[in-house]
Design a protein around this ligand. Structure first.
Ligand code: ZN
Length: 317
């Protein structure tokens, strides 16, 4: 992780706010009430909080925070920007305790809620709009895994839980294009019924699909151009191009992060942790994304994702 803490956006509130406004409004302030662009004035005065604009068209006040994860937050923007940079640069993630210490928060709850809003910013809203993974001459590896529960999540253990998601564990199904992107799904149980719609919607028909021999997913791959599978139960891990090392590498980072950093992973939050790990993988350095660009992408993702504490906690609006 390489962060220049002397960058004003991380320690000067005015610089941080201007940074966010430039990101959200590249062509000038947009009035959220009437939609007019660039016809507003920033209000300045002793009793006026910084960043308050007034629209000349509809004469209503607004800020850049409206309709974002920052709306109604009392955390200064420079701390949000630093937290986004920290969370997007740390391969295994950062716990809310650690985040709270680094940002000087007195309360764990503040850091916890902040971290969940940042994860929400990392979440792709319409992954299907990017089209399916794979294509002609491309390979997609698919596999399921289980997280949570008290036992260690050893690879061979998962066979016991196929079709149940059981023993207090949550089922995750992921698809990774080699040299490309990952998409992870929290599913109620590993069944053909749950996996098939995901595979059909998210993998291009001409794709070379790889699965683990014992995986439920193996029986779904008919209809694709070619198919290879690896039989881990007899110790066969790699057969030329036929392997699932990419997806296993991905699961390994995710699990080390989950076990080492997020000790108490509850079921209703799993989808957000998956969004966080998918995001970092998809914007990884190997694809020439810098730490600053990755953080910028999180900042853009903050727009249109208001979240209340109750929603973060899985208790509905
Ligand atoms: Zn207006």
């Amino acid at each position: 992780m390489n962060i220049d803490l002397t960058d004003p956006i991380f320690n000067n509130e005015e610089a941080a706010r201007k940074h966010f406004e430039a990101s959200r409004w590249p062509s000038g302030p947009i009035c959220p009430h009437c939609g007019v662009i660039g016809n507003s004035v920033e209000l300045r005065g002793n009793s006026t909080r910084p960043g308050l604009y007034n629209c000349r068209d509809c004469d209503k006040p607004f800020t850049a925070m409206i309709g974002t994860i920052f709306e109604r937050s009392h955390i200064p923007m420079h701390k949000w920007l630093l937290a986004m940079r920290l969370m997007s640069s740390s391969k295994k993630g950062i716990s809310a305790h650690q985040l709270g210490r680094m940002l000087g928060f007195g309360s764990y709850r503040t850091a916890w809620f902040m971290a969940h809003r940042i994860r929400e910013s990392m979440r792709e809203v319409h992954p299907e709009s990017a089209g399916p993974l794979g294509g002609e001459g491309k390979t997609v590896e698919i596999d399921e895994t289980f997280v949570g529960g008290k036992e260690k999540n050893k690879h061979r253990n998962k066979r016991k839980h196929i079709g149940t998601g059981g023993a207090g564990k949550e089922a995750v199904f992921s698809l990774v294009e080699r040299g490309g992107k990952v998409r992870s799904h929290h599913i109620p149980a590993v069944t053909a019924k749950n996996l098939r719609p995901i595979v059909e919607a998210q993998i291009h028909g001409a794709t070379y699909v790889m699965t683990d021999e014992g995986a439920v997913a193996k029986n779904l791959s008919g209809g694709f151009a070619l198919h290879g599978s690896v039989n881990h139960s007899i110790g066969e891990y790699v057969r030329g191009d036929v392997h699932t090392n990419t997806i296993e590498g991905y699961f390994s980072v995710f699990k080390r992060g989950i076990i080492g950093t997020y000790h108490h992973l509850s079921q209703q939050h799993l989808k957000r942790y998956l969004a966080e790990f998918d995001f970092r993988y998809n914007e990884r350095a190997a694809l020439n994304v810098t730490d600053a660009e990755r953080a910028e992408k999180v900042l853009r993702g903050a727009v249109g994702k208001r979240m209340t504490y109750q929603e973060a906690n899985g208790k509905g609006a």
